[in-house]
Design a protein around this ligand. Structure first.
Ligand code: MN
Ligand code: MN
Length: 262
């Protein structure tokens, strides 16, 4: 069973608020009559019984929200459910991975993002959406962290990546023939700003030179791994144009569900 969990938190966003309304926008796009419930491999999610939507978490203000997210995810994992979390900003990934890592030894993480999110802290906030992977790595929650799509590295983040042995495929070095495989459990964290802003106007941070939607769908298609959990973060509906970014997020909900179900 896979549980979809909405995590409406955007208090740790450094630039713009708005991501807390993303779970609702993604659900609306997912159920939009403009499309159907079939994955590209032909699973009809309207008929499939291997997933359910548990709605949104009710969160206290920061910092209590962090522990609440971890507890809620842990409860799903203890019930033997895999999780697909809908952010929220990227700060939710630290407590999610904390829970996932406690249930899955030797966890691998595939992090898809324009940003490495490795700041020791950002403007004094250790829980910033610019810092989740620093928290994850310093706590030893991942055996292997592979970052893809990165195109904003500064000297501090290069240093952090080196310190934590992060494997990075920078966007400038991307090739469509690249394939990814992992031994052991894999968590996928998808920050929608990994895509080029042309495809996702509804994100807080526009970083040109990113993936097409098709490139990312194919990255998932050819991925070889036992996917045990995933998140889709950083949709900001206040910036979206005709819900097109929400539709992209909903497309990845479908394809990630397919990965998690199989
Ligand atoms: Mn991010
Ligand atoms: Mn990002």
């Amino acid at each position: 069973m896979v549980t979809i969990l909405g995590i409406p938190l955007d208090e740790n966003s450094s630039f713009l608020e708005g991501a807390k309304t993303a779970p609702e926008a993604i659900r609306k796009a997912f159920h939009s009559p403009s499309t159907n419930y079939c994955t590209e491999d032909g699973i009809d999610l309207s008929q499939d019984k291997h997933w359910k939507d548990a709605g949104d978490l009710m969160l206290s203000p920061m910092p209590a929200a962090i522990a609440e997210i971890e507890l809620a995810v842990k409860a799903q994992l203890e019930a033997k459910h895999k999780i697909l979390c809908l952010g929220g900003d990227h700060s939710i990934t630290y407590p999610i991975v904390k829970a996932v890592s406690s249930q899955h030894k030797d966890l691998n993480i595939l992090h898809i993002d324009a940003h490495a999110d490795l700041y020791d802290d950002f403007e004094g906030n250790a829980y910033s959406h610019a810092s989740p992977f620093a928290r994850i790595m310093e706590s030893g929650l991942a055996k292997r962290l592979v970052q893809v799509g990165i195109r904003t590295l500064n000297p501090h983040q290069r240093e952090q990546a080196k310190k934590f042995n992060v494997e990075q495929v920078e966007m400038k070095d991307w090739s469509d023939s690249m394939r990814f495989s992992f031994t052991g459990p894999l968590y996928i964290s998808l920050d929608l700003d990994a895509l080029d802003p042309a495809f996702v106007p509804g994100v807080s941070h526009y970083e040109p030179g990113g993936f097409t939607t098709r490139q990312l769908l194919n990255l998932l298609r050819y991925l070889k791994a036992d996917v045990v959990g995933a998140d889709i973060v950083e949709l900001n509906p206040t910036r979206d144009v005709n819900n097109m970014t929400a539709m992209v997020a909903a497309k990845f909900v479908k394809e990630l569900l397919a990965k998690l179900i199989s």
